[in-house]
Design a protein around this ligand. Structure first.
Ligand SMILES: N[C@@H](CCC(=O)N[C@@H](CS)C(=O)NCC(=O)O)C(=O)O
Length: 236
């Protein structure tokens, strides 16, 4: 419940979106109550287009408890705001380390793009090229990961930013092993530690794996009516 000194949070989401998932993970890690509304990105409601400048999710509506509302967008910005106004901090206290974390959050976004390319690739070569690109990025992460999480034992916003992409790569590799984590022990441990975290497990709809496979197959979602991707065909 919002009050004058405690804002209320309402996320606007799409069920498969890794960027919204970052914010859900942050809210859950910080044990903050929030409301969530799912929209269909293929049929965006007018009220959503009115409040989302890029027409993208996530959008976070922040109520001030007195009838006022501010709309935030961009997952990295939303996550930093949530972190700032709640107990504890998921970013380092020191400016240089904080900037370093922000830089790797940005890099995690590029990893999410590779993951999407893996998911929607129409042929084996394109899928393997995207997987190789993801592996290149994870090899760069490998040199930065302190283990088991990005910055050591403590969960950070870099972990929140990377978890959805790591999870999706694992889902893709459950269908076809693509070697994305080969020779990358720290990234492998990082992936496993994040996937097991309750906040990550509770950051999607329960039936996410079915929705994911349906999406690869190009059916089951209003947002995509194309032919199956290569991974979708392999999923049987
Ligand atoms: N940089 C944005 C990326 C958000 C984004 O790309 N969201 C996708 C869904 S995962 C979206 O809303 N796309 C709009 C569309 O598909 O029309 C962020 O981090 O929030």
């Amino acid at each position: 419940m919002a009050s004058a000194d405690r804002p209320s949070f309402h996320l606007i989401s799409f069920n498969l979106c890794p960027f919204v998932q970052r914010s859900v993970i942050t809210l859950r890690e910080k044990d903050v109550p929030f409301e969530i509304t799912y929209i269909d990105l293929a049929d965006k409601p007018d009220w959503f287009l009115d409040i989302s400048p890029f027409g993208k999710v996530p959008v976070l509506k922040v109520g001030d408890g007195e009838g006022g509302e501010t709309v935030l967008f961009e997952s990295a910005v939303i996550n930093e705001y949530i972190d700032e106004v709640t107990e504890g901090s998921l970013l380092p206290g020191e400016a240089l380390k904080r900037a370093h974390a922000r830089a790797w959050i940005e890099f995690a976004s590029a990893l999410a793009v590779d993951t999407y390319r893996m998911m929607v690739a129409k042929d084996e070569q394109s899928c393997r090229d995207a997987a190789a690109s993801a592996r290149d990025k994870l090899a760069k992460f490998e040199k930065q990961i302190e283990g088991p999480l990005f910055g050591g034992d403590g969960f950070s916003l870099v972990d929140a930013a990377a978890a959805p992409a790591l999870q999706r790569i694992a889902w893709c590799e459950d269908i076809v092993p693509l070697g994305v984590f080969d020779g990358l022990p720290k990234a492998t441990t990082w992936r496993d530690a994040l996937i097991e975290r309750p906040a990550v497990q509770q950051s999607t709809i329960p039936e996410i794996r079915d929705v994911f496979v349906d999406y690869l197959k190009g059916r089951g979602s209003e947002s995509r009516r194309e032919a199956s991707s290569w991974l979708g065909q392999k999923a049987g």
